[in-house]
Design a protein around this ligand. Structure first.
Ligand SMILES: [Zn+2]
Ligand SMILES: [Zn+2]
Length: 387
């Protein structure tokens, strides 16, 4: 591996920062101590800090010594999950029901390590913005909150980059998908309105329960019959509710579910077709359907040229074998998608090893071996991008 020496020499410090954050996890929009910790570190490196983006989010501005007006944004997430930790580590969470089970403690530390090196050297033209965002988990969209607070207006950047540790992929390897990396996730609720009545006299009712059954079966044909076989989507109907008595036909029934898609066009198509097909299926019973959409994160789609650029950087740092092109995208979702909707860039998965627990396990711990790897990747990406 072609890591940066000053960062490798600083591995012990990076580990102590990471373990401090691990011990003090804070969940979405409550990352006050974490934000203070990051701000203090950035200021100690001589970096100008801007706070209050998306609540606890903050941005460090690192101006290069050479003349140039290009700018890149590097983004890390800071939040933990609302779950109890079961690792028994000496630095396990000291906060009840809070745990860094997704490795955002590591992401924050890797970006701090890169920021320290970039601020000490400043041997690049242009500007690096280090973005520490709140609330990636749980649909809370901290990335969108930072954008809404003027992130991209106040800090003009040409591209933005994200990185996530990835258990199951060997340490020393990384992925930059040329296209979709993570799915979009939406919740939809279909309310079927009919006409209630006596269970023994169905001719006087418009039965929403039977309509719900026909709707459920009809929706199964969307993925198999209406979606291009080379596209991907998942529709899972996960909630069903109707009725209050055994001898009464109810007047309404509801069906709830989740839609996962990899492309915005497919998402729009599927949402329209869910409503259309449900309405048609229910209409055979004389019922009507209304759909409530609870939008989640859009798909995380890398810009192809930037993904290929990231692969070059990965190859430079980790060697040719370090570039993994075999891992398929996953149907999980990620709010970095909001940033990639507005800016060029890519989202990188960094191999965290094959032996560890997966993300969100109560036994998960970020692999500290990644700290100098991820920080070096950030610095090399800046050096390659700002020339
Ligand atoms: Zn997570
Ligand atoms: Zn995560």
């Amino acid at each position: 591996m072609n890591l940066i020496k000053s960062i490798v020499d600083n591995h012990d410090d990076l580990m102590s920062w990471r373990q401090h954050l691990h011990q003090n996890p804070e969940i979405a929009y409550e990352e006050k101590d974490t934000s203070d910790f990051v701000a203090a570190k950035l200021e100690s490196f001589g970096i100008e800090v801007h706070r209050g983006f998306g609540g606890t989010g903050l941005v460090g501005v690192i101006q290069g010594n050479k003349s140039g007006n290009k700018a890149v944004g590097l983004r890390a997430d800071m939040d933990a999950l609302p779950m109890p930790e079961q690792t028994n580590l000496p630095y396990a969470s000291q906060r009840d029901g809070r745990m860094h089970a997704c490795g955002h403690d590591g992401h924050t530390t890797m970006l701090l390590g890169a920021a320290q090196h970039l601020a000490a050297t400043r041997d690049f033209p242009g500007t690096v913005y280090v973005i520490f965002q709140p609330a990636e988990e749980g649909g809370n969209a901290g990335a969108r909150s930072m954008i809404n607070d003027g992130l991209f207006e106040k800090f003009k950047m040409d591209s933005v980059w994200g990185m996530h540790n990835w258990p199951g992929l060997e340490v020393g390897r990384a992925v930059a998908h040329a296209g979709a990396a993570m799915a979009g996730a939406d919740i939809f609720i279909l309310t079927i309105d009919g006409k209630g009545g006596h269970a023994a006299m169905p001719q006087q009712s418009k039965d929403p329960v039977v309509a719900a059954g026909m709707t459920i079966m009809a929706l199964q044909t969307l993925i198999s019959r209406r979606l291009d076989p080379f596209d991907q989507a998942v529709i899972s109907l996960t909630r069903l509710d109707a009725g209050s008595a055994y001898n009464v036909i109810p007047s309404t029934a509801t069906i709830g579910g989740t839609l996962r898609t990899m492309k915005s066009e497919i998402r729009d198509q599927m949402l329209a077709e869910i409503e259309e097909v449900a309405s048609q299926a229910a209409s055979t019973l004389g019922c009507t359907v209304s759909m409530e959409l609870r939008p989640g994160y859009p798909p995380t789609v890398n810009h192809t040229a930037d993904a290929l650029f990231a692969r070059d950087v990965i190859g430079d740092v980790l060697g040719d074998n370090g570039v993994d092109t075999s891992l398929t995208p996953v149907m999980g979702a990620e709010d970095f998608s909001f940033m990639l909707q507005q800016k060029a860039g890519a989202y990188i998965w960094l191999g965290a090893g094959t032996g560890s627990e997966f993300l969100h396990s109560p036994h998960f711990d970020f692999n500290d071996d990644l700290l100098p790897i991820g920080a070096s990747l950030w610095v090399k990406l800046v050096q390659a991008k700002l020339t």
